[in-house]
Design a protein around this ligand. Structure first.
Ligand code: CO
Length: 256
């Protein structure tokens, strides 16, 4: 069953989403050569705690940290570590989830560390653009598969590829609710979107082939061909007036 949220529930989800956005903005300001992914995790943990919220990922199926920090060929679910130091030229996906007042927010951005290659910069741009193309679809009457179709069309025009093994999701009083939201496929399939539905849309895009595998740590997903990967995510509500990005950042983060 796909839950439709009332206007007052959506306001509370915006509060959760705003917190996630503020955490991402703060982390983005700290991304630099020499910083470890554990440093970023500690910052996020403190910020979420100070807001009276709960880190959504920590303890989720045993996940050990507050954020996911996925560098270069890592696609998603990279586990923060004090031994993982950011280097000039890396790209890092930072994924943050929090629960506030009983509702969840979930959002991710991929950032360049210092100066990155032209291909890396293009990959980040294409992936973020694909997210916004997908968000444009979030309107009453459209269908779930229209979202993935928009992502795939945009990404493949650049010669990049869409990861198939992981999908976006409904979100609300749990982090993962129905429906699943794939990032590829034909349009016109699946449930129709209706006012009050809330979706976490999260395209994962590889510079090379689409195949991924999970490392021995049981979490980190990497590209099989070791090509670079990017990931952007927003929590978005369907409203009569169009998409409402609940994790919108009020201070723009220079992601490219
Ligand atoms: Co998500």
């Amino acid at each position: 069953m796909i839950v439709c949220r009332s206007a007052s529930e959506l306001e509370r989800m915006r509060d959760a989403g705003r917190l996630v956005a503020e955490v991402l903005t703060e982390l983005a300001a700290h991304v630099a050569p020499g910083v470890t992914t554990a440093d970023l995790d500690a910052l996020a943990e403190k910020r979420i705690e100070n807001a009276g919220a709960t880190a959504a990922f920590k303890g989720y199926h045993g996940y050990p940290a507050t954020i996911c920090a996925s560098i270069n060929e890592e696609v998603i679910h990279g586990i923060p570590s004090g031994r993982r130091v950011l280097n000039e030229g890396d790209v890092i996906s930072i994924d943050v989830g929090a629960a506030l007042g009983g509702y969840y927010g979930d959002s991710a951005i991929t950032l360049p560390v210092g100066q990155v290659s032209e291909q890396a910069a293009l990959l980040l741009r294409a992936t973020e653009e694909a997210l916004y193309k997908a968000i444009e679809v979030v309107r009453p009457g459209r269908r779930i598969s229209d979202i993935g179709h928009a992502v795939q069309k945009h990404v493949e025009a650049y010669g990049f590829s869409v990861v198939r093994e992981f999908v976006g999701h409904g979100i609300g009083q749990r982090m993962h609710e129905e429906p699943q939201v794939p990032n590829y496929g034909d349009p016109g399939r699946g449930p129709r979107l209706a006012e009050g539905m809330v979706l976490a849309i999260e395209p994962m895009v590889n510079a090379g082939k689409p195949a991924v595998k999970v490392l021995a740590d049981g979490w980190t997903a990497v590209t099989r061909d070791t090509s670079l990967s990017a990931h952007f995510e927003h929590t978005v509500a369907v409203t009569a007036d169009g998409p409402w990005i609940l994790t919108a950042r009020e201070v723009p983060v220079p992601v490219r």
